[in-house]
Design a protein around this ligand. Structure first.
Ligand SMILES: [Zn+2]
Length: 293
C-alpha cells in the first residue's frame, strides 16, 4: 500500500474544529488523498485506536481513524470505542461513516454484498458502552449524569440515504436495511450460534458495530454503518467455517470500490449545520453533567 504523506503528530485543543465528517476505517480509505495531516488527540477515556488522519473529500473535511490501529494490532474487544468517538467529536466531527466487514447470515448475502443495516443486536459481553455511567470521567473530570437514551432506530436516516445513493451511483446495488448482530469475538461464531442468529431473521454478523453506534448517538453524532460481506457465516456455508485470511482477502479485493462509495456518501451527507435527524437532538437538551467535546 502506498505510503501516505503526513506531517508530524501534534496534540491539539479539543475544541479546534478540524473536520466535519468522520470515517472509521483503515489506510485503504485515506492513503490516496493528496494532502493528509496526521494529528494525535487525547481524550478523558485515553487514547483512540490511532492518530486521526485529516483530508478533504468532495470539499468536505474528513477525519479518518483506523479502527484497529494502522498496524491492525487491536482486536475488536480491545478497541477503545469511547475514546474513538470522543476524539472524532472533539475535532469537530458531527457525522460518522462506519464501514466494517461482516459475515452473511443468508445464502443470498454472499461475499461482496454491501448491506446498509437499519437495526442492530448487541451480543457483546465486556465493552464499555456508555459515557453516562454515573462515575467521574476516567481522567478525574466531572461526573456525567445517568442517562437512558432512546435508541429504537440506531442509525442516522440521512446517513443511510447518502450511503444507499452512493452505492447505487457506483452500480453496486446495496441491500437496504437489515439487522447487524455484533458478537464479542475475537473468535467467529459456532455453527449453532450462527444458525440461531440466522433463525432470528438477522442479516449479517460482525464484531465492531457495537458499541460504536450507541456511543455515537450518546455524543449526538450521526452514525451510519456500511457492512461489506466477506464470507458466509458458519451456519450458512457448507465448508470449514470462517477464516481470518478469507475475510482479509475479500475485504482487500473490495476496498477500492468501497472507498468510492464512502467518498460519494461523504459528498451526499447534508451540511452538519442543517442536520434534521434524531441523532442531532438525542439528548433533547437534558442536563448531562458534562459538556460534550
Ligand atoms: Zn443523523
Amino acid at each position: 500500500m502506498a505510503e501516505t504523506q503526513t506531517t508530524a503528530p501534534s496534540v491539539i485543543p479539543k475544541t479546534a474544529p478540524q473536520a466535519e465528517i468522520g470515517v472509521i476505517g483503515g489506510s485503504g480509505f485515506y492513503s490516496f488523498l493528496d494532502d493528509v495531516t496526521e494529528i494525535t488527540v487525547d481524550t478523558p477515556y485515553g487514547a483512540p485506536s490511532d492518530s486521526l488522519f485529516l483530508g478533504e473529500v468532495a470539499g468536505r473535511r474528513v477525519a479518518f481513524l483506523p479502527r484497529h490501529g494502522r498496524k491492525h494490532h487491536l482486536p475488536p474487544h480491545r478497541i477503545n470505542y469511547r475514546a474513538n468517538l470522543w476524539a472524532l467529536r472533539s475535532v469537530g466531527v458531527r457525522q460518522v461513516l462506519g464501514p466494517c466487514a461482516v459475515g452473511g447470515l443468508r445464502p443470498e448475502f454472499g461475499p461482496g454484498t454491501l448491506l446498509v443495516p437499519d437495526q442492530i443486536v448487541d451480543r457483546t459481553k465486556a465493552r464499555a458502552q456508555t459515557y453516562f455511567d454515573g462515575e467521574p470521567l476516567p481522567d478525574g473530570g466531572p461526573r456525567p449524569n445517568v442517562v437512558h437514551l432512546t435508541f429504537a432506530d440506531p442509525y442516522c436516516p440521512q446517513g443511510r440515504l447518502a450511503a444507499l445513493k452512493a452505492a447505487r451511483g457506483r452500480d453496486w446495488e446495496p441491500v437496504d436495511g437489515g439487522t447487524l448482530v455484533v458478537i464479542e469475538g475475537p473468535r467467529f461464531s459456532t455453527r449453532a450460534e450462527s444458525r440461531w442468529h440466522a433463525a432470528q431473521g438477522w442479516s449479517v454478523v460482525g464484531m465492531t458495530g457495537h458499541p460504536e453506534a450507541v456511543l455515537a448517538r450518546e455524543l449526538e453524532l450521526c452514525y451510519t454503518s456500511l457492512t461489506l460481506v466477506t464470507d458466509l457465516d458458519a451456519g450458512t456455508e457448507a465448508g470449514d467455517g470462517v477464516s481470518h485470511e478469507e475475510v482479509m482477502r475479500v475485504f482487500a479485493s473490495n476496498v477500492d470500490r468501497l472507498r468510492d462509495v464512502l467518498f460519494d456518501a461523504v459528498a451526499a451527507l447534508p451540511d452538519p449545520a442543517e442536520r434534521d435527524c434524531v441523532c442531532a437532538r438525542a439528548h433533547e437538551g437534558r442536563d448531562l453533567g458534562i459538556e460534550l467535546p
